[in-house]
Design a binder for this molecule. Structure first.
Ligand code: CA
Ligand code: CA
Ligand code: CA
Ligand code: CA
Length: 201
């Protein structure tokens, strides 16, 4: 789990866990919304579905770990189903339960260059495994599933920005040596491995 996710989870737990049992109940969660801040019914329904899915042991409370699933469902393969469902609802503007190419391209359709439109269309065709010209929830899953490569490159970018002391986006040898610990200690171990001194040299 990424560091910022953990920090975010801890912050929310502190704020939402009003009875201080180290868990967030659904009523503690909705108590955070007041007056003008009240979410729409649809949003609340979607939150509740996500809450139930994140509550892995089904005790109606979110532990710290379960709260991380709730807050960052896109980072866990256990939550893929719910993320696909949320994306489906967000994109399905005509509410027929499936995504057309037009819905998939969204607002950007018409503003994109031809090559981008073609790119979106070919992506759509790839996802549409039963070839009915629409994407259902199952077909959306490969699109929302957490991508290991992305996670690592995000982490690598984060490390780079940390190590790049003079912020010129170029990592000098000195900067790399300075932050060596940060690199090797990183969860992006592949990235750490790349930087480990080669014993044969
Ligand atoms: Ca609580
Ligand atoms: Ca639980
Ligand atoms: Ca639709
Ligand atoms: Ca389909």
């Amino acid at each position: 789990m990424k560091r910022y996710s953990l920090k975010n989870t801890n912050d929310r737990l502190k704020k939402w866990d009003t009875n201080k049992d180290e868990h967030v109940s659904w009523s503690e969660y909705i108590a955070m919304f007041t007056g003008n801040n009240l979410p729409k019914k649809q949003q609340l329904k979607s939150d509740e579905r996500r809450f139930d899915k994140a509550d892995m042991n089904g005790d109606g409370l979110l532990s710290r770990e379960e709260l991380t699933f709730f807050l960052h469902p896109e980072e866990s393969s256990l939550m893929t189903d719910v993320v696909a469902e949320e994306n489906l609802e967000a994109l399905d503007t005509n509410n027929d339960g499936e995504i057309s190419l037009k819905e998939f391209a969204g607002d950007s359709h018409g503003k994109l260059s031809e090559s981008l439109v073609n790119g979106v269309a070919s992506h759509f065709t790839q996802l549409d495994t039963n070839k009915d010209g629409k994407l259902n929830k199952e077909e959306l899953i490969p699109w929302v599933v957490p991508n290991e490569a992305n996670t690592i490159s995000n982490e690598a970018m984060h490390l780079l920005s940390q190590a790049d002391g003079n912020m010129d986006h170029v990592l000098s040898y000195d900067e790399m040596v300075n932050k060596y610990e940060a690199f090797v200690g990183s969860k992006a171990t592949h990235f750490g491995d790349l930087l480990r001194p080669n014993p044969d040299l």
